[in-house]
Design a protein around this ligand. Structure first.
Ligand code: TIU
Length: 224
């Protein structure tokens, strides 16, 4: 597949590529979850859901590997460092009971991926205790086992978990692309800055492209 990406074209083979969907959880996108406890207006984030659904649907139909991550901790919080739990002055801390169950705890309603993007059998679903998808998860091994070399990212938030995961992936040798209209931040200027940082200096972290560009590349690949 060839994508008309920034800062220059991005080439990947579907059989060696994965769509990595970062933390599209109720805790970040709906009121009453972790995002809101940090003082954020969560309404901005749901705007990307239709574009994410379109990409996920096309990617599934093409037969590509899908990885979903969730930022979620064990019920006993043994994988949540006190430095993370005690940071700042949130209205509720990780593990506290909120309107969608315990904040950012695996298995609680708030930690689930939003129903529109719910994982299907056969897709990889990983709970991660950090911001990056590679820290304390089996992701790198699973991707190498599947001969995956190219990662296409969507999800939230752009400059926190998405950018951290892309940087981790970049250092591990993956060619990474971020779908611009399938990622969002609570701070629009941070999203814009993150996109700029990623593709500056000759794609120092990776490429960016729109969902339309990926859909068109998938359609072209399907015709061949
Ligand atoms: N998934 C993710 O980005 N976690 C965050 O805590 N993001 C914020 O922007 N707070």
């Amino acid at each position: 597949m060839n994508l008309d990406a920034n800062p220059f074209p991005y080439c990947c083979e579907l059989s060696h590529s994965a769509l990595v969907i970062i933390d599209m959880q109720r805790d970040f996108i709906e009121p009453g979850g972790f995002g809101e406890t940090l003082g954020n207006d969560v309404s901005l984030l749901s705007a990307i859901v239709p574009a994410c659904m379109q990409v996920l649907d096309a990617w599934r139909r093409a037969g590509g590997l899908v990885v979903h991550t969730r930022e979620a901790h064990r019920a006993d919080l043994s994988d949540c460092p006190p430095a993370k739990r005690n940071r700042g002055n949130p209205t509720l801390r990780i593990g506290d009971p909120g309107p969608m169950g315990r904040i950012l705890v695996s298995g609680e309603p708030g930690a689930e991926i939003i129903p529109e993007l719910a994982p299907r059998p056969g897709e990889i679903v990983l709970d991660k205790p950090g911001k990056g998808a590679f820290y304390a998860t089996p992701l790198d091994g699973l991707l190498r086992q599947g001969s995956i070399t190219h990662l296409l990212f969507m999800g939230v938030t752009t400059e926190v978990c998405v950018q951290t995961s892309m940087r981790e992936a970049n250092d591990r040798g993956y060619d990474c692309l971020l779908l611009e209209d399938c990622t969002e931040s609570y701070f629009p200027h941070f999203k814009a800055a993150a996109l700029e940082m990623i593709l500056a200096q000759g794609a120092i972290v990776g490429w960016t492209a729109t969902s339309a560009q990926l859909l068109s590349a998938l359609a072209d690949a399907g015709r061949q």
